[in-house]
Write a protein that binds this ligand. Structure first.
Ligand SMILES: Nc1nc2c(ncn2[C@@H]2O[C@H](COP(=O)(O)OP(=O)(O)OP(=O)(O)O)[C@@H](O)[C@H]2O)c(=O)[nH]1
Ligand SMILES: [Mg+2]
Length: 468
């Protein structure tokens, strides 16, 4: 059995790096944040706040990132000195975390860690820690663990590399051999974890096939984190899922039935975020597949966001879905309009949280959606219910085409199946929205039904069902 990576103690102060262990609760921690240039830090700060961590001080250094230590050598030393000379009452007294506002290279992570000698997170490690603390299901924990180990391995490889080239001396007590043994352990455990994940994925894909064989169709809910996916899922299905004003509340896929339309399944899933490394996204692939391999995909975005935020988040969602997940090239005319081999034939854009948006925001958002080549949006509020009926109808229209009016004829004089039997067949084949019993014993029905099911129904009805 491979040694668990939780045992890896690459400790600060012994010439190594704190890889930030399996700790899941970071509530109440204090951090300093390092920033180069004048980047917008609001999303990063929101991620930090979501975890209950307080940023005690933000340190800026103008100019471009130093490839060795993110901050320049002198400035980084200043930070290290300040940390090591803390006395009672120092504002940094309880700081045990240094945050870097970047997706750092392994070299930068090692560089900053060695200098400050406390735990260091770049944006990716921050996300991984957040995922770890929000992972509540077995599946979520498994994929987060894989993502963490992949990321830890790059840091350990960098350390090994620095020791081999003589750039760095010693590694704890054990030196390069201990490091290589640790990497080997990680590799072994990754093989095991991936096997388990593969098993999950196969089982999931089998369940998906079964669902579609049983005539169910799936509607996937996708969008940036905090877009309101779980809230819409709850509003449409009534099935309880975690809704919180936190980033990445949802890390796995939940399937539920659309209310009044039991054959329509909804899939709530993990959200997207900018600049997630491919290896991290890959760890969530099976989960995403559960929602994105669907009959209809809803792309959600929060219309109460500032216009440039909305654009950024929709742009990211679009790229994650089409380029990274489906591996399609994004061109001006979109896959769902142009290309029959596309993975997604059907897409709807949904703007959420209408109750919090101004008229001007709504207008701007509609223009943004069009500029990105996405289908014209439906605008809803899961809280007030506004737009929900239109959305449900739009979903059914996309899935089944226009509604069909059927007339079920009464039993003829020479005998035949009871009308109730025909009615049952119709319920079996589609979604009934209206039913009128006629005086002559016949029944009129209005249904959502795709062409294939309709022709099968008519063929089996011995001319007792007519399309009106
Ligand atoms: N005012 C308003 N708030 C909403 C609406 N829909 C969702 N929210 C809020 O937006 C926040 C995020 O909602 P979620 O449904 O958890 O969003 P999500 O997309 O599932 O988020 P993650 O799972 O974290 O990616 C919560 O605080 C919701 O209450 C809405 O229609 N109106
Ligand atoms: Mg959610």
């Amino acid at each position: 059995m491979a040694k668990s990576s939780d045992d890896i103690s690459v400790l600060a102060g012994t010439g190594g790096v704190v890889l930030g262990e399996a700790r899941t609760n970071h509530e109440g921690r204090k951090a300093v944040l390092l920033i180069r240039g004048d980047e917008d830090t609001s999303e990063f700060v929101a991620l930090v706040e979501t975890m209950g961590i307080t940023i005690v001080e933000t340190l800026h250094q103008p100019g471009i990132e130093d490839p060795r230590g993110y901050f320049g050598k002198g400035r980084l030393q200043d930070v290290a000195d300040e940390l090591s000379s803390r006395v009672q009452g120092h504002p940094w007294q309880n700081v045990d975390l240094v945050l870097m506002h970047t997706n750092a290279s392994p070299r930068q992570l090692v560089g900053v860690s060695s200098a400050v000698e406390i735990e260091v997170w770049d944006r990716v490690r921050l996300l991984l820690s957040l995922f770890t603390s929000h992972a509540s299901s077995l599946e979520a924990r498994l994929q987060v663990r894989i993502a963490r180990m992949l990321s830890d391995r790059t840091v350990l490889r960098e350390l090994a590399n620095q020791q081999t080239t003589g750039e760095r001396a010693g590694y704890g007590g054990g030196g390069i051999t201990a490091l290589q043994a640790t990497i080997a352990n990680i590799n072994r455990e990754l093989v095991q974890l991936r096997k388990r994940q593969k098993k999950h994925a196969v089982a999931q894909s089998e369940r998906r096939k079964q669902r579609s064989r049983s005539g169910a169709v799936t509607v996937g809910l996708a969008g940036y984190t905090n877009a309101g996916k779980s809230s819409l899922f709850l509003a449409l299905s009534g099935k309880d899922v975690l809704v919180r004003d936190k980033l990445f509340s949802t890390l796995e896929t939940t399937i539920g039935r659309m209310e009044d339309s039991p054959r329509v399944l909804l899939a709530d899933t993990i959200g997207f975020i900018d600049h997630l490394p491919s290896s991290t996204l890959d760890a969530f692939r099976a989960t995403l597949a559960e929602a994105l391999e669907c009959d209809l995909l809803l792309i959600l975005s929060d219309v109460s966001d500032a216009p440039e935020e909305l654009e950024r988040k929709l742009f990211t969602s679009r790229n994650e879905i089409f380029s990274r997940f489906y591996g399609e090239e994004i061109e001006d005319d979109f896959p769902w309009n142009s290309n029959e081999t596309s993975n997604v034939q059907k897409v709807l854009t949904v703007l959420t949280k209408k109750d919090q948006a101004t008229e001007m925001q709504l207008d701007e958002a509609i223009a943004t959606v069009a500029a990105l080549g996405l289908p014209e949006p439906l605008i809803i509020s899961s809280h007030t219910g506004e737009g929900m009926k239109l959305l449900k109808d739009a979903i059914l229209l996309k899935l089944y085409g226009p509604q069909t009016n059927l007339l079920l004829l009464p039993v003829p004089p020479e005998g035949g199946r009871a009308v109730e039997g025909l009615v049952a067949d119709v319920y079996e084949a589609g979604l009934v929205s209206k039913r009128i019993e006629r005086d002559d014993g016949g029944v009129e029905m209005r249904v959502w039904m795709n062409e294939q099911s309709l022709s099968r129904l008519l063929a089996h009805s011995k001319n007792r069902i007519e399309v009106k």
